[in-house]
Design a protein around this ligand. Structure first.
Ligand code: BG6
Length: 501
């Protein structure tokens, strides 16, 4: 019988982001971020990711003129800013060894271009990280998770401007100096590859400002180059400030399979995977792959690479590779005529062998093992799954949530990670996405829930904000307590693992 191969120090944990959890958007001197203008759009199909994510100049204007929190739900989040102590106590009770959070750049630098940081913002993260340590929780900290200052978008064209590199690295240096005493693991940019999926949120590019597709694409590549450079400078600073700091890149793993053995399908899938890896390739190998340079040349895309940029990319590469994993997809030369499903910002041909979530994302635990093996063979660096989970509608009945589907999802995914470890892959940890329910990044819904802990709040921000432990809470607690051994015991009804009732 299979047993647990998880290492003793495996970082079982959870993950959230400041902009989806903290709320308190106008408290403690915080400035407006791109997340504060993200709108809840009930009239738009939740599977239409392009429209859900899109932020137009008119929407920015509208958002800046209102204090409304109902249709701008990331402004209230789950009020983690005021409730973090209770939430950390719950995470501790679950046995979580790590928690991935992000720092809101706008709490420290409200506009992004200030010289001195905002003291209240600095103090908040001191309290948060200290409290995490007191709860025996290892902080995994993302410096930029879809929450750049809006001011930099409006006044500097976001990351297209070279000046933003300096502003970001100044912010990063302040964070590293203040918090390296609590934090060992840092991620520079969340899902850096999402630049093309939602450029506004990732690099502050408002596509309407550009004359056409080609110009916008060039701007996005320029912004991306600036993030790569900023990430390497941050790595350099991190090592200088405390040589024990470990820096990771962070990518969305969107694994693609060919639909058939037709070599044309195989080639398409390979192309997709290669493009998906491009971002981590730069951050691990310290250089642009030739195919990207060829593409720029062919399309006449000019990216301004300053003297010294290539050296810095080469010298300061990452210590580990972290990634999010939610789904896999299918590539086919005939995909135009085929049934499609939604996904983490991408649509795909439907895979007949896989179930889909209520939001249309294809659930593929084996795909996680395939990704781990593939990535380890490619990078030979420790891997960290820093996001993964299932967004579902949870029903509260008699004060309880029986989320056996979530238990099933994680059981299958954890088992595949165990198999990957058994086959020689080095995996540092697994921080499940939205370990407590938070506002959805793409749709701004509260009803798309990922957590082991339910938050009493609906899509219009109505509710008590009370926290309720779901069945999965007790199950995950058992998984961590046994370091995965319980995955190989017959569990059956999740109520049976509820040791606390
Ligand atoms: C990832 C993001 O792409 O997916 C998270 O890093 C996000 O911020 C997660 O929340 C799940 O997506 P969604 O849209 O269901 O919240």
């Amino acid at each position: 019988m299979m047993k647990s191969y998880f290492p003793k120090d495996f970082l079982w944990g959870g993950a959230i982001a400041a902009n989806q959890a903290e709320g308190a958007w106008n408290v403690g001197g915080k400035g407006l971020s791109v997340a504060d203008v993200a709108k809840y759009k009930p009239e738009t199909d939740v599977k239409d990711y392009v429209s859900q994510w899109h932020v137009s100049p008119a929407q920015i204007k509208e958002a800046m003129a209102t204090n409304d929190e109902t249709f701008f739900p990331k402004r209230h989040g789950i009020d983690f800013y005021h409730r973090y102590e209770d939430d950390l106590a719950l995470f501790n009770e679950m046995g979580m060894k790590s928690l991935r959070v992000s720092i809101a750049w706008t709490r420290l630098f409200p506009n992004g271009n200030e010289e001195c940081p905002n003291k209240e913002g600095i103090a908040f993260y001191h309290r948060l990280f200290k409290s995490m340590r007191e709860n025996k929780i290892e902080p995994i900290v993302t410096l930029s998770h879809y929450e750049m200052p809006l001011y930099l978008v409006n006044e500097y064209d976001g990351w297209v401007s070279r000046e933003v590199v300096e502003m970001f690295t100044h912010y990063a240096e302040v964070c590293l100096k203040e918090y390296s005493q609590y934090v060992n693991y840092w991620l520079t940019f969340n899902e850096i590859d999402s630049v093309f999926r939602h450029p506004f949120t990732t690099v502050g590019v408002v596509e309407e400002k550009y004359s056409g597709k080609q110009e916008a694409e060039e701007a996005i590549y320029q912004a991306l180059h600036h993030q790569f450079v900023a990430s390497s400078i941050t790595t350099k600073l991190a090592k200088k400030i405390d040589k024990t700091n470990q820096i990771g890149c962070m990518m969305t793993r969107t694994l693609a399979y060919p639909l058939t053995s037709n070599p044309a399908d195989v080639l398409l899938a390979q192309q997709h995977n290669r493009e998906n890896y491009f971002y981590a390739d730069v951050q691990v190998f310290g250089e642009y792959p030739q195919f990207v340079k060829n593409y720029w040349k062919e399309k006449g895309i000019h990216v301004e690479i300053l003297p010294g940029d290539e050296e810095i990319l080469k010298l300061y590469t990452v210590d580990f590779v972290s990634f999010s994993y939610y789904m896999s997809m299918i590539k086919s030369v005939d995909e135009e005529h085929m049934e499609k499903v939604g996904g983490n910002l991408v649509t795909s041909v439907k895979n007949p062998y896989l179930d889909i979530s209520e939001w249309g994302w294809q659930i593929d635990p084996i795909g996680l093992r395939i990704s781990l093996i593939d990535m380890y063979d490619r990078y030979r660096l420790p891997l960290f799954i820093v996001e993964s989970g299932i967004g579902s509608i949870d029903k509260l009945s008699n004060g309880k949530i029986h989320d056996d589907y979530r238990i099933e999802y994680f059981k299958n995914h954890f088992k595949e990670v165990n198999e990957a470890i058994k086959s020689g892959v080095e995996v540092m940890g697994y921080t499940t996405w939205g370990c407590i329910d938070i506002v959805s990044a793409s749709t701004s819904q509260m009803s798309k829930r990922y957590g082991f802990i339910y938050v009493d709040l609906d899509d219009l921000g109505r509710g008590s904000y009370n926290r309720i432990k779901k069945d999965s809470f007790y199950w995950y607690q058992k998984v961590i307590e046994t370091n995965g051994a319980v995955l190989y015991e017959e569990v059956g009804n999740p109520e049976k693992v509820n040791m606390h009732q």
